[in-house]
Each structure stands twice: as structure tokens, then as C-alpha cells.
Design a protein around this ligand. Sequence first.
Ligand SMILES: O=C(O)CCC(=O)C(=O)O
Length: 263
Amino acid sequence: MLDMVGESEGRATTKVREELLDRGFVVFPNFLAPEQVAAFNARIEELFELEGDNAGGEFKSEPGARRLANMVDKGELFEQVIQTPEVLAAVGVVLGPDFKLSSLNIRSANPHNGSAQPLHVDSGALPDELGNSVCNSVWMLDDFTEHNGALRVVPGSHRWGRKPEPGEKPQSELLVTGKAGTVVVMNAHMWHGGTENFTGHQRRAMHVYYTRGDKPQQQYQKKWVRPEVQARLSPLGRRLLALDDARNDELCALETGMSGFMK
Ligand SMILES: O=C(O)CCC(=O)C(=O)O
């Protein structure tokens, strides 16, 4: 019998399935209402203020961007967002029935940050004999425009079986623009990265990142999420955080979180 996560893949529409398999990404325009975007941004700005120089310290830092990490621990709206049915259905298309949350982070490209992120694959991972192991969702919390550091993707590159060379820029690269509230689900073996922010405003995004069950989480959720938050999670939330999964405990004991390019 399929479990709660496993069942989700069957609910993806044909369009979602085809775009993920063919191009490697699918866009859900205006998925969040403006009030929901505002609620995420209010909490995120509060956290940047509270955490100051330590912001993002549970993971890694990135020149040219503000980051926050371990977000499941930092507000009920984040506990909910990892359980979004449409996104889980799309993730199931990429990863199959056995997957879990890898990490939930915020990335805000700084005004006039002077450079783009390198093209990369998440966690530096390539598909293996079992198939895909990484799938990310990028939630736009500001409009993504041609000038403010929108996401770029290289459609189809999840099938190339290699990572981009430094500075490599395929002609097929596309910019993914959209209104705040839009969500992009992508096979994270597809080459992608943030672009340069030429404007005077922050460009905020939430990265809800999933991985296959036999891989370590980027942030070991059982370690980072406080016991009182763990205790109030739904069965699906517990399952997605892999809180009762001995295999995940072993995997995460062996390896520290890998980024596609950050130190
Ligand atoms: O925030 C974005 O536009 C994408 C960032 C990204 O790919 C990453 O941080 O790994």
C-alpha cells in the first residue's frame, strides 16, 4: 500500500508531469494570495532582524544574499508549507514515492549584489542508478523580474548526467520571471541559479527542498527543529521531516549538509 507521501505523485496533473519530465521544471503562477505572501515576508523580516549576523548560520553563507535556514522551526506557516499537496504531488513525479524534506531556507538576493549565482545542481548531486534524488521548490516572495535576480534554468539539463563547468552558459538558458506568490517546482539536477540583482530592492524567495529517502537531509531536521515544534506536527509533517526514520538518522550522522556551490 502506498503511504501518504507515496500517494501524492498520483495526484499530479498530466501537464505538471510532462513539464517536469521534459523541461525539468513547472510553474504554478500566483499560487499564494497576496495576504499569504505578506505573512511570510513579515515573519522573514522579523527573523532577519532578530538573528542579525547569525542569520542563516545553521547552514551556509552566500556573498550577495541574505539567508535564513532551519525554517520549519521558525513559525507555523513554515510547518504548513512543507505539506502543500500540489507541491508534494509534483515532487513525487521527480523523486518517486519515497522522499522527505531536505531543508527549508530563505534566500534574499541583495540590492545591486554585483554578481549572479553560478549555475549549479542542488547538493552537487547527479541522478544515480535509482534515478533522481533532489527536487526543489522556489516560492517567489517578491516579483521575479528581468532585473532583480530572478531564477535562471537550463531546460532539459537534468538529463545530461553532468554538472555545469565553471562559467558555462548554455544558449538554452531561460529566466523564470513571475509575480510574488508564484511557485516553481524543479528537478534540482537541472542546472539553475539566481541571477544578478540590478535593482535597489531585496528579491526574496523560499526554498522548500526535498530529497529521496536514501539520501541525507541537507539539514538534519530532528537535530534542528525544537522538540516542542516536533511534538505538534501532523503525521504527514513528522513523516516529511523523517523524525521516526532510523535510516535517516544513520545517513545524517555520516554527512554534513551539502550545497551545490556554497562553502
Ligand atoms: O533563489 C533563487 O533564485 C535560486 C537560488 C538557488 O538556486 C540556490 O540557492 O541554490
